[in-house]
Design a protein around this ligand. Structure first.
Ligand code: NAP
Length: 491
């Protein structure tokens, strides 16, 4: 790598944003608003949108209400449904980026592979050999972007089409064919519900049943949309209402295993199962043996209907192996298939990786994170100055609007940047003491969250401890409102 020139305090700072998904677009807009002109966004793909660009499976939608899953400053009167489908969300991000002049800042097809902190600045390198230097890096690299491919014996022998839910092959015909889906997470449930009417036969391979919360996904009428256009406050009212209900009735309950709200959620899911699934045998196969919301709660209005269709089959015997013509389960049965969909989730401990990030004294982030990723207040890591993550490790996850999370985090990051810019120091990073304190408190609090009550999920680290923000959303909002500079080292 070239040695980065030393920072010059008379010069406006340069920023690099990594990733042009929801958080990267947000970062670009906020940097412009704050008057910073010198920045670029690096995006490995040829199109913006992150998760919504990559996940195009049938039935994809956001299970956070659309008027909440929008930037606070860009309400969208045109949402077609309470829970908008994926392509509409992708179009929303493209529209916002266009309106705010973000696209011209994006360097598409440029994957940042290395960031080195040298002489007080970050030197960056991309896979194609492009180099850049920045005073601040905002890593908006997403949470769930590296598919987890299960180690199923014989998978490569399958003669039909097989792909991960986040790599949907739209060239493969589905009409009238025999489709297998592995997994029962949010992706699988949406896929099953969307596909069952189109395909000849649908086989769902369930390793663990899921609690399903009932939702209604009504469309917005033309009159309602006209009202939103005429009176944007109406959208704000919905947003505030939904946010309040979500935070009070759900988010805050998740971190208190004994809360009545959590019990109410559990009872609602039990009632949904009891009232929706007629066959007692099928009902018991679909009944989880853990508490609702221990795994990420699934929201669906039509999954139970879908799985009771005559052409649908729920298979609970473990997968023994994949063969050329289908999937053989441990009971010896061969389930013949034309297409096998792996809705098997993501490698959830990647965050900014596989990018190599080298901080002060040549420390590699990979080494610092060898026992699992962490970040002070989910934003930054000691000895990696001026390097900030959005939706990074220990952020709130679990049926939240990650847009809301990113907006709050970015507000905090911009205050840290402003501290550096307006002072005599050029580098800011959390102290080791602050990091240790945060991590110890986080680990302690994690023990009383619903996520640790006895289920396997992507929320848990290798020791089985929940990694997500373990306190209330109100506390998150409060922590993000203003940095405590005692927690930081300025140099
Ligand atoms: P996921 O929740 O991690 O689910 C993966 C599924 O695959 C689980 O049912 C898992 O079984 C199963 N699985 C994994 N390896 C397997 C194996 N070797 N054999 C059999 N089954 C296996 O993944 P996801 O559904 O893609 O969802 C991930 C996250 O993405 C969600 O939690 C959510 O945060 C986000 N998401 C959001 C939306 C939305 O509407 N907002 C939609 C889709 C996804 P076990 O349960 O037994 O581990």
């Amino acid at each position: 790598m070239t040695n980065a020139p030393r920072p010059d305090s008379s010069r406006p700072p340069r920023f690099v944003v990594i990733g042009a998904g929801m958080s990267g677009i947000l970062a670009a807009i906020e940097l412009s608003r704050a008057g910073y002109r010198d920045f670029a966004i690096y995006e490995k793909a040829d199109r913006l949108g992150g998760t919504w660009r990559e996940n195009t499976y049938p039935g994809i939608a956001c299970d956070v209400p659309s008027h909440l899953y929008s930037y606070s400053f860009e309400p969208n009167p045109e949402w077609s449904h309470r829970f908008a489908p994926g392509p509409e969300i992708q179009a929303y991000f493209e529209g916002v980026a266009r309106r705010h002049g973000v696209e011209s800042r994006i360097r598409f097809g440029e994957e940042v592979t290395r960031c080195d902190f040298e002489n007080g600045r970050w030197s960056l390198e991309t896979a194609s050999g492009t180099r850049d230097v920045a005073d601040f890096v905002i890593a908006a690299t997403g949470v769930l972007h590296h598919p987890s491919i299960p180690d199923l014996p014989g998978l490569s022998d399958f003669a039909g089409a097989s792909f991960h839910s986040a790599r949907w092959d739209h060239a493969v015909p589905l009409e009238g064919r025999r489709i297998g889906v592995v997994g029962t997470g949010s992706s699988a449930i949406q896929i099953v519900s969307a596909l069952v009417e189109r395909v000849g036969r649908l086989v769902l391979f369930q390793r663990t049943p899921q609690w399903i919360a009932p939702v209604e996904n009504a469309g917005y009428s033309e009159e309602e949309r006209a009202e939103f256009r005429r009176r944007p406050e109406a959208m704000r009212e919905i947003r505030d209402q939904v946010a309040h209900a979500f935070i009070e009735g759900f988010a805050n309950a998740l971190v208190d295993v004994d809360s009545p709200a959590l019990q109410a959620i559990h009872d609602m899911c039990v009632a949904n199962l009891e009232n929706s699934v007629r066959d007692p045998g099928l009902r018991e196969k679909l009944r989880p043996a853990y508490r609702a919301a221990c795994k990420r709660l699934i929201m669906s209005e039509d999954f139970y209907d879908a799985i009771q269709r005559p052409n649908a089959q729920l298979v609970t015997d473990a997968i023994e192996r994949v063969e050329a013509t289908g999937v053989r389960t441990r009971d010896g049965q061969l389930h013949e298939l034309d297409v096998l969909v792996l809705a098997t989730g993501f490698q959830v401990d990647r965050f900014v990786r596989p990018m190599q990030v080298i901080g002060r004294g040549g420390q590699a982030l990979d080494d610092v994170w060898k026992n699992g990723p962490f970040a002070h207040l989910a934003i930054s890591v000691p000895d990696f100055p001026n390097f900030f993550m959005l939706n990074g490790p220990n952020s709130p996850v679990g049926n939240f609007s990650l847009i809301d999370v990113a907006e709050l985090q970015l507000g905090y990051v911009m205050q840290l940047v402003e501290r550096v810019r307006s002072g005599a120091r050029r580098e800011i990073a959390p102290s080791h003491a602050a990091m240790r304190r945060f991590d110890a408190e986080r680990r302690q609090a994690a023990k009383t969250t619903i996520w640790g009550t006895g289920c396997r999920s992507w929320y848990l680290d290798e020791e089985g401890l929940p990694t997500a923000w373990p306190w209330t959303f109100d506390r998150f909002r409060e922590e993000m409102s203003e940095p405590d500079l005692e927690d930081y080292e300025l140099r």
